[in-house]
Design a protein around this ligand. Sequence first.
Ligand code: SI3
Length: 308
Amino acid sequence: MTPGKKLRGLVAATITPMTPDGQINLSVIRQYVDYLVSEQNVKNVFVNGTTGEGLSLNVQERKQLAEEWVCQGKDKLDHVIIHVGALSLPDSQELARHAAAIGASGIAVIAPFFFKPTNKDELIAFLQKVASEAPAVPFYYYHIPPLTGVKIRVEGLLDGIKERIPTFQGVKFSDTDLLDLAQCINKNEREQFAFLYGVDEQLLTALAIGADGAVGSTYNYLGQKTNLMLQAFAKPDLALARKYQFLTGEFLNFVIKLGFGVAQTKAVMTFVSGIPMGPPRLPLVDASEEFIVKAKAKLDSIVWPDGD
Ligand SMILES: CC(=O)N[C@@H]([C@@H](O)[C@H](O)[C@H](O)CO)[C@@H](O)CC(=O)C(=O)O
């Protein structure tokens, strides 16, 4: 891992592999790391987040997964960010201490979403209590209002955040309010915070307003194609960048219409990578055979600009 290096580019929101009987399956994580690096050119991971079913795992499972990713990622990955958010503050603090102890390169926290903070001060108070348990570890706020229902705008949250959370390093922004994201980027140029976008089908738009990179589920299996989009954008060859975005969008638009979530992501990753991701944990249920057949046919039918 590369300490101190600003987080940029693609971050795979990792899937939690499970055995057919629903236990976490640590045995494939080594192969998973190698696959991300060699086949997808993705060297950053975000562990135990939404895609990783982090909120459906117990504390022990989350620690085991964090340890395995840090251990297998050593000398191979640049950043291993561990999501340590939980509804229970002590659980979240325990996970933050654990992430620090195992040498994670960052921690992230989601807004609590059962009893919700009602304003930015309450939210910052919660985040601060977690961040202070890992005082040497870069801290990221994980903003995902479609799932948490916590709609506190990030722009306001960032005002004076470094005084409250000295380790504050950036935001994983999984929302479509691009005005909020743009205001964050515009106001925080000097702070060197990292803004990582989390709606994969709209990444190009976020890059245009200055996002540093992205955290998402599709970079597990479309990382290499999305990296080509990032390269085209940097060149700049916007026409080419758009082609990549339109094609990933075409796939996502297709699967979203069929019904797309973490269970389906596990199925897609299994057929693309060959690594068994197993079933999701209840209340999520397995992707149907019909979904798998249709999603695979759709992905195979796409002709990418690089000729693949
Ligand atoms: C709601 C949701 O799951 N969003 C995904 C996206 O990557 C999403 O799967 C993608 O944009 C397809 O819609 C990520 O933002 C989630 C994520 O990064 C995580 O797993 O923590």
